[in-house]
Design a binder for this molecule. Structure first.
Ligand SMILES: [Zn+2]
Length: 300
């Protein structure tokens, strides 16, 4: 009987302990991010103090994404939302989600010097793929740091300390990238990818960017014959050794262009999304590292 009472008492203690763990988890603030890169930047600032959620799964395309009821429910519980901005989230879907739920939204590209992206009809918009340059990732981190510190000023010092460490890592990434790129002669620095996602990357490391697709994949059905011909011509005239497919997009178009131009596919690059959990590209630094190694191997 005594043993029985003891077991019951122990079970009650354990249930209580589990409940208090759940309460601790539930009391954490929630940050809902639009893209995988923004979510990774956020985790490097808030650590485990917040629960960081992401609308897009690895490999999903932000330009064409259509939000779901589950996304709206996720945003309802958020203490803060974060997006890339400049219409990377096609038709501003993250802004709509945050506005509908009445949530504060941080736009990570605020303060970055935009490059122009060609709309195809002579008009230009701000190119949203700004994270592709590590020096811009620094501004993403600063914007997230400011926003989370405003929501939770008590722990602002901790967020700042975490952000400082990550900024060192971004600086190291940039220095390492420049060193790696030095293996590619200047006249071979032409990066041909599916859509215009690499302009900031190319500007940082002395490359010329060429793609058959425009800045948004929402119009990819409309890769014009003229633009495709222009890319094939450029591959031949510039003596490009290899061109690249992207993880978030169909590979067919680039394979056809490679055959037409008589060059090989140099590999697959992470562009609008990081890699899945467990892959080498599951973090921002990881995706940049893998992209650079792939590019250097194919073009040096
Ligand atoms: Zn894109």
């Amino acid at each position: 009987m005594r043993l029985f009472q003891y077991v019951i008492a122990l079970a009650m203690v354990l249930v209580g302990f589990q409940n208090s763990l759940l309460t601790a988890q539930n009391s954490k603030k929630i940050l809902v991010c639009s893209t995988t890169q923004v979510a990774d930047f956020a985790r490097n600032v808030v650590g485990d103090r917040w629960v960081v959620k992401c609308v897009l799964a690895a490999g999903e395309d932000p330009h064409k994404y259509k939000t779901t009821i589950a996304d709206a429910n996720m945003v309802k519980d958020a203490d803060l939302c974060a997006r890339n901005g400049w219409d990377l989230e096609g038709n501003n879907w993250m802004e709509t989600l945050a506005k509908t739920a009445g949530k504060k939204l941080v736009t990570c590209v605020d303060g970055i010097k935009a490059l122009d992206a060609d709309e195809g009809d002579g008009a230009t918009v701000k190119d949203p793929h700004a994270w592709m340059a590590p020096k811009n990732a620094v501004i993403y981190i600063r914007n997230i740091l400011k926003a989370v510190s405003e929501v939770d000023p008590e722990n602002a010092d901790e967020y700042k300390a975490r952000a400082e460490l990550y900024l060192f890592q971004l600086q190291s990434l940039d220095n390492w990238a420049k060193k790696q790129m030095n293996q590619i002669p200047a006249n071979r620095r032409v990066l041909v990818t599916h859509h215009d996602a690499f302009s900031y990357f190319c500007k940082s490391y002395g490359f010329v960017a060429k793609s058959p697709g425009q800045w948004s994949t929402a119009d990819l059905a409309g890769i014009s014959t003229a633009r495709r011909r222009e890319v094939t011509k450029a591959i031949r005239s510039l003596g490009v050794k290899a061109i690249f497919v992207e993880t978030t997009l169909q590979k067919d178009v680039m394979k056809q262009i490679a055959t037409e131009a008589g060059v090989k596919i140099g590999g697959e690059l992470y562009s609008d999304s990081m890699g899945p959990e467990g892959s080498a590209g599951e973090t921002y630094i990881g995706m940049m590292r893998e992209n650079i190694l792939t590019i250097v191997k194919a073009l040096k």
